[in-house]
Ligand binder design. Structure first.
Ligand SMILES: Nc1nc2c(ncn2[C@@H]2O[C@H](COP(=O)(O)OP(=O)(O)OP(=O)(O)O)[C@@H](O)[C@H]2O)c(=O)[nH]1
Ligand SMILES: [Mg+2]
Length: 239
């Protein structure tokens, strides 16, 4: 049950094959989280999806999480890709950028280097999205804001200045204390201009869709797996 909504990590080649074979799912809203190793990407995603935090550091290859959200007043899936902090898989990074609808760029306020490491990623996003990039929601997140003043290497003003220079939005966060985590994702969705995406579901519509699904199932239709509508029931209760 602990891994609900999470796909098994894939190596770069498998991932390419799976993505090429799959039809475009317009009902998904895909958010990709980038940043150097250890800045807290997974911690932010896990805090947002499951409300949990762990002190131990387990490096990620690539994980995908799903959450039910509202999109143009319909139920759709927020798909969050938690990427690796290592720079070993440039093909995976390009693919994630190409498929992504919105991006969160994470650094640690305790590491100036981690802010620097976002520079080539932001450049890749601009190169791959082209002039369209101005319409794409991108947040810069300065994570670990709970850490003591002595450990800080990047001030809030410096983070804000970098975001302004790149023309993107900014927030300091802490996955540990749950500071600005939901706000980070909500703000990102608020920036989407081509559709209305919200973490808040239209409850009436949700009930109607559940009712329809139930009657389909009792008519012998095959229920979807845990990542689809059947998994939605549990996830909807989180909201
Ligand atoms: N103090 C503090 N520690 C944090 C915070 N977020 C994450 N950490 C810790 O930082 C370490 C790395 O966190 P991860 O979330 O695994 O980092 P990551 O960016 O996913 O790392 P990779 O998967 O290797 O790219 C862990 O020990 C976390 O407990 C935070 O907001 N505050
Ligand atoms: Mg990680």
């Amino acid at each position: 049950m602990a891994d609900k909504g999470k796909e098994a990590p894939k190596n770069a080649e498998q991932k390419n094959q799976v993505t090429r074979a799959m039809p475009e799912q317009s009902n998904d809203y895909r958010v990709v989280v980038f940043g150097a190793g250890g800045v807290g990407k997974s911690s932010l995603v896990l805090r947002f999806i499951r409300g949990t935090f762990r002190e131990t550091y387990i490096p990620t290859i690539e994980d995908t999480y799903r959450q039910v959200i509202s999109c143009n007043k319909n139920i759709c899936t927020l798909q969050i890709t938690d990427t690796t902090g290592s720079h070993q898989f440039p093909a995976m990074q390009r693919l994630s950028i190409t498929k992504g609808h919105a991006f969160i760029l994470v650094y640690s306020v305790c590491s100036k280097q981690s802010l620097e490491e976002l520079r080539p990623i932001w450049q890749n996003i601009k190169d791959l999205k082209g002039p369209d990039v101005v319409n794409i929601p991108v947040m810069l997140a300065g994570n670990k804001s709970d850490e003591s003043a002595e450990l800080r290497e990047v001030t809030e003003a410096e983070g804000q200045a970098q975001a302004t220079a790149w023309g993107i939005s900014f927030m300091e966060t802490s996955a540990k204390t749950n500071h600005n985590v939901t706000e980070l994702f909500q703000e990102l969705l608020n920036m989407e201009k081509s559709r209305i995406v919200s973490l808040q579901l239209d409850v009436k519509k949700q009930k109607k869709q559940k009712k329809e699904k139930k009657s389909k199932e009792s008519n012998g239709a095959i229920p979807e797996n845990g990542d689809g509508a059947a998994g939605a029931k549990e996830k909807c209760q989180l909201m």
